[in-house]
Ligand binder design. Structure first.
Ligand code: FES
Length: 82
């Protein structure tokens, strides 16, 4: 079985307010549109202690900081070779 990709989104109050509320929806839509839902473990976590550099998203251990929609799109496209 193929190994799933771990996507973790920081849902601490700082990251959430700074953009992860929108990023959360964006990732969900992206996974659905590209039929990737089964290939990913998508979960939220509490504050990642990087609030100053948030919003934070972690993909397979790689920490992405100051993630906005444009950056997120690029990161996801790169992750899934789309
Ligand atoms: S709220 Fe995300 S790093 Fe603190």
């Amino acid at each position: 079985m193929e190994k799933k990709i771990d996507i973790t989104i920081c849902l601490g109050s700082s990251c959430f307010a700074r953009g992860n509320n929108k990023n959360l929806e964006f990732v969900q839509e992206y996974l659905k549109e590209n039929n990737l839902t089964d290939k990913v473990n998508f979960k939220g976590q509490l504050c990642s202690k990087l609030c100053n550099e948030g919003p934070v998203i972690i993909i397979d251990g790689q920490v992405y900081k100051e993630v906005n929609k444009v950056k997120l799109m690029e990161i996801l496209n790169k992750t899934f070779n789309i």
